[in-house]
Design a protein around this ligand. Structure first.
Ligand code: F6P
Length: 466
């Protein structure tokens, strides 16, 4: 098996340098891939330096993964990370053209940092290595690496949605960006919907020949393969947390504090793509429609802040504080607070305990590449008394977790009525139906796990001839 070099914006750097490390599904997924194949994980340290030197900081972790990181200049962070990646591509890829910033300086910073990544990563890559690049921060990286003479196989995986062509063309130089992406040998997307949008763009805007069956894109004789690889969780690792004292303590803590009310939980980075204001509107609608049920339900929203230097993230935080306050103002009693809104993160063990104590899981993004919280919620459930997952039909996860209408309850996250109705269904769902749905869902979560995702992607990359 060739060695793997993973390149992504963030790296799960051990805390040695005082860096927090990556958050979210990407970190867990990539650690698992590197543990299986051996190799290097290269990216930004999360730290700033006044002068970019390209010098690399190496950390070898106990589980045999070497991380190699560079520091970036403040201007890089502003234009590339806060700018093009998170104020241009992120909103646009999540269909939020209203929040998308089109600033020339952001584009320049993005290209500069991609060049810096390529220059710094190149010496780390050995002849037989396979290179696997991740996410929207690094769309043009393969083109830069090729221009420096790298001939190794390079794959790319996009963790976010890919937007419909008529939204994507709003991006200045959209053709240049996608032509650069076609320097990858293999392009991976989370689900068929995002893959089809990408293939459609290549056909319509670039005039490429596209085979929807095989995913082959032929542009002037240069071939690239694009396919869907739905990411999963590290099921064994995650479920091994269930029997830990921390998970048990967290579960008991939530059960004790909610007494005989049903706990309903949402865990999301504080991001406008997650549909949190719309979710609170749906919960408010539920309480308005069923006043007698205010004492049946307590909602716990865990929302650790994210990308706090960006205005749209500051706005969403203010909106949520106001909405949570409004619901509690209207529905609370001296002995009752229906919405617990928490702006901090918890350990994986604690989350397992909270998920297990919660008989309803709410995952209602307006748009999401996949959403691993949906899968973790299911993995944490008690098979004898499982909870119900309410899932947005606009999350990539819906493709796998619908289970022919017998898995998650799929909703339109923009409709307060739809959410309110499904909360009511979930609260009353008989044990037998909860179990049937859970069994279908757990089979998917267990089998379509992160190891399979990695194996499938790497096997396809290995098969491609160069
Ligand atoms: O899933 C998209 C993503 O950008 C990941 O790449 C990242 O791990 C996560 O969201 C958290 O975002 P950030 O690195 O901007 O804090």
């Amino acid at each position: 098996m060739p060695r793997l070099v993973v390149i992504s914006n963030r790296v799960a750097v051990p805390k040695a340098r005082g860096v927090a490390g990556a958050q979210g599904g990407l970190a867990g997924a990539l650690n698992a891939a590197l543990k299986a194949n051996g190799g290097i994980w290269f990216g930004w340290s999360g730290q700033e330096t006044s002068d970019f030197t390209g010098s690399i900081n190496y950390v070898r972790s106990a589980d045999g993964v070497t991380t190699a990181t560079i520091d970036l200049e403040p201007q890089d962070v502003e234009e590339y990370y806060n700018g093009y990646a998170n104020s241009t591509l992120w909103p646009l890829f999540h269909y939020r053209i209203d929040l998308t910033k089109f600033e020339r300086e952001f584009g320049k910073g993005y290209e500069r940092v991609n060049e810096r990544f390529a220059d710094s990563a190149l010496p780390l890559i050995e002849k037989e290595d396979q290179v696997w690049v991740h996410d929207y921060h690094l769309l043009p990286l393969a083109e830069r690496l090729r221009s420096l003479g790298l001939t190794n196989k390079i794959g790319f995986f996009l963790h976010t949605p890919w937007p419909p062509t008529n939204l994507f063309v709003s991006l200045p130089y959209h053709e240049r960006l996608v032509r650069a992406m076609l320097h990858y040998d293999l392009l991976g997307f989370q689900c068929d919907a995002w893959l089809e949008s990408f293939l459609h763009y290549c056909w319509k805007e670039l005039g490429a020949t596209v085979d929807y069956q095989t995913g082959e894109i032929d542009l002037d004789g240069k071939k690239t393969i694009a396919r869907a690889y739905p990411i999963g969780i590290d099921y064994e690792f995650f479920s091994s947390k269930i029997d830990t004292p921390e998970a048990d303590a967290a579960q008991q803590r939530l059960i004790a504090s909610t007494r005989n009310r049903t706990a309903m939980i949402g865990v999301d980075r504080l991001d406008y793509s997650k549909g949190l204001p719309e979710r609170l509107d749906g919960i408010s609608r539920f309480f308005d429609r069923h006043p007698s049920r205010v004492r049946d339900l307590v909602y716990i929203q865990i929302a650790p802040p994210s990308r706090e230097d960006i205005g749209s993230y500051q706005d969403i935080r203010a909106t949520l504080e106001q909405k949570a306050g409004q619901i509690n103002g209207a529905q609370s009693d001296v002995d009752l607070v229906p919405v617990r809104y928490v702006n901090r993160g918890y350990s994986q063990e604690e989350l397992v305990g909270f998920y297990r104590a919660s008989k309803i899981g709410l995952v209602t993004p307006l748009r999401d590449g996949m959403n691993l919280v949906a899968k973790e919620y299911i993995a944490a459930q008690d098979p004898e008394d499982p909870g119900v997952l309410i899932l947005s039909r606009f999350a990539g996860a819906a493709q796998q977790m619908d289970c022919g209408g017998e898995g998650a309850l799929l909703i339109n996250p923009h409709s307060a009525d739809d959410l309110a109705h499904n909360i009511n269904l979930a609260l009353d769902m008989p044990l037998a139906e909860r179990k049937t749905r859970y069994e279908k869902l757990i089979a998917t979560v267990r089998d379509e796990n992160v190891q399979r995702w990695t194996e499938n992607f790497i096997a396809d990359l290995s098969e491609i001839a160069r």
